[in-house]
Design a protein around this ligand. Sequence first.
Ligand code: 6PG
Length: 482
Amino acid sequence: MPTAAANIGVVGLAVMGSNLARNLASREGNTVAVLNRSRAKTDELVSLHPEAGFVPTFSYEEFAASLQKPRTAIIMVKAGLGTDAVIDELVRVFEPGDIIVDGGNAYFPDTIRREQAVRETGINFVGAGISGGEEGALLGPSIMPGGSDESWVTLGPILESIAAVAEGEPCVTHVGHGGAGHFVKMVHNGIEYADMQLIAEAYDLIRRGTGKSPAEIADIFAEWNTGELESYLIEITAEVLRQIDAETGQPLVDVIVDQAGAKGTGAWTVQTALALGVPVSGIAEATFARSLSSHPEQRAVAAHLPGPEGDFVVDDADAFIEDVRLALYASKIVAYSQGFDEIRAGAVEYGWTIDLGAVSKIWRAGCIIRAQFLNRIAEAYAGEPDLPALLTAPYFAEALSRGQASWRRVVIAAAQAGIPAPAFSSSLSYYDGIRADRLPAALVQGQRDFFGAHTYRRIDKDGTFHTLWSGDRTEIPAVDTH
Ligand code: 6PG
């Protein structure tokens, strides 16, 4: 048995796990024990990276014996049943006070369940969202841990040592208890879906409206990346659009099949939002846009359906591009505002205390949605921690007001040209809905009361009312059902 030389262990050494282990090992004061289901991966990692000083282990018993107490292990396996199997093994060899961290993209109800079950044994369980892909895991991800205060005492400094840094601050915070970390990571991914879809719509509109090539549009995105839209996703979009396929000489984007994949976190964000009653319409449209793209059989039979006559060519390409930029920024504000609404509602529902300002700060670097814009969100919550809707904060309200005319022109142009822009248009509808004095929801209430006696409230007096909808409707009084 090895001596307890390591202060942290990693189980699961596929790309994310081995990169995270290397990141941990590269930070002063960390000694990292590693364990993988197949011995070959462990041997390979240890021999490829002698500088890391890994402590290789080949059984759960050896792994536990190699760790200082409280033992701390990060599980980096594909989310699902494999995670439960690894947790069971760790619970078998760990002791009360030890800490098991799940660093995968787990569905937060699973994390809530696992945390409760593991807590019974006296062992701490932490569901930690980790964002930033392979490179982030290696160089500095954004980390969203949940779990107990006790576990944070040991885990906090270790995670702070490996996280990305934004303006001198590590991109990790103790998000909240139980499943809070994975909940916040889930919403991060939902926002990621919306952001990506909005960028894709912007590209499509510019390409079809101005005839510019992908490489020319790459230059536009690179330019946008120097202003208020500056973000990792805008930056990589320019790179993707510039890429030429070596085999055909075509822009790679034209060679890639136009069916977007998804591993489920966007759908979870939408399902959860539906259950919580939070309208995350931008995220939902982005998720559905991926689904629509991935039904080639339906798209093939629908391809003959008519669209508008004539070609879509804008008169003033530069003005149109600037409109699209402003529409993108406004829609992005809506998507983030909706995502933060969902986190707030989730915190209330599950009894977590989540500091929305702290969440926006740890998304400033390391993660996929990192952006200059997150500083503005942090400022908004610093100014008003209980801000009821992010888009009403002065900075965002000004940006929306500045962008709204462009936003409307872009949505109109898309509709007239027959170009799908579901995320742009749903964001604009959300904006118009949330700011409306009066909504036709009153009519919906009337309909509900008509067919199901579901009752309604009145604008002029308290109480709940039901109308007897028959006969001479003008004469029938509303009945207070109280
Ligand atoms: C991250 C990413 C990461 C992953 C997504 C992709 O934060 O590092 O979000 O978690 O790339 O799961 O999800 P889809 O395959 O569903 O696009």
